[in-house]
Design a protein around this ligand. Structure first.
Ligand code: CA
Length: 229
């Protein structure tokens, strides 16, 4: 699955666009500010609004490029129509392409596909940590080669943890990513799903609770995972 970071401070536009892109099979993470964008995990494509509250979008593009893992991330800038000087400046600062607002979804998707072809990213590649493998293309998970039966949300949660294996992923990030909510009341749902995942992976310690913060997939423990029968 192709991951997208949508950097946009207009909440309504961002939510609508994120929903539409997810309908096209993209996994979308959102950032409202440049600071949040710089703190987000690496993705395949960044959709970057140039008018952000805390930093010029062109400066942000440059900083995203400077990050260690930013080299092969595609950046598509989103600018207001007619802002030709901005677009030229954007392309010169390292953006792969730009689209103009108001956005036409089909055009955006076509441009994203073209940029991905150029950067050689196809997404859909399976991710493995220890004995655990998740394959976003087929939405299947295996433990030591054995298929693990997961619900849609359990799969999304495991994928989110595997993507950042070894690092603590905050409850807020997991709720946003898997349930698309930042409502604290949903934390109980998250806890329940973590409990089920631990049972299904056969090694409770594989998902560590970091109290008051979130969860961490423990790479060493994942070596011992075996699908619960
Ligand atoms: Ca804006």
């Amino acid at each position: 699955m192709i991951t997208v970071l949508l950097v946009e401070d207009d909440v309504r536009l961002a939510d609508a666009l994120a929903g539409a892109l997810e309908g096209h099979g993209y996994l979308v993470e959102q950032a409202r500010t440049a600071e949040a964008a710089l703190a987000a995990p690496p993705v395949d494509i960044v959709l970057l609004d140039l008018g952000l509250p805390d930093m010029d979008g062109i400066e942000l593009c440059r900083r995203l490029r400077e990050r260690r893992e930013g080299g092969d991330t595609a950046v598509i800038m989103v600018t207001a129509r007619g802002d030709r000087r901005e677009r030229v400046r954007g392309l010169r600062s390292g953006a792969d392409d730009y689209v103009v607002k108001p956005l036409a979804l089909e055009e955006l998707c076509a441009r994203m596909e073209a940029v991905l072809r150029r950067t050689g990213r196809r997404g859909g590649s399976a991710l493995t940590v220890g004995a655990v493998t998740v394959d976003p293309a087929t939405r299947t998970a295996t433990c030591a080669g054995e298929r693990v039966d997961l619900t849609r949300k359990e799969f999304d949660l495991l994928t989110a943890l595997v993507r950042e294996a070894g690092a603590v992923v905050s409850r807020e990030r997991l709720l946003l990513r898997v349930w698309r909510t930042d409502w604290p009341g949903a934390r109980r749902t998250l806890e329940v799903h973590v409990g089920t995942l631990r049972a299904k992976l056969g090694v409770p310690g594989v998902i560590e609770t970091v109290r008051g913060v979130g969860y961490r997939l423990v790479p060493e423990e994942s070596e011992r995972c075996a699908a619960a029968s």
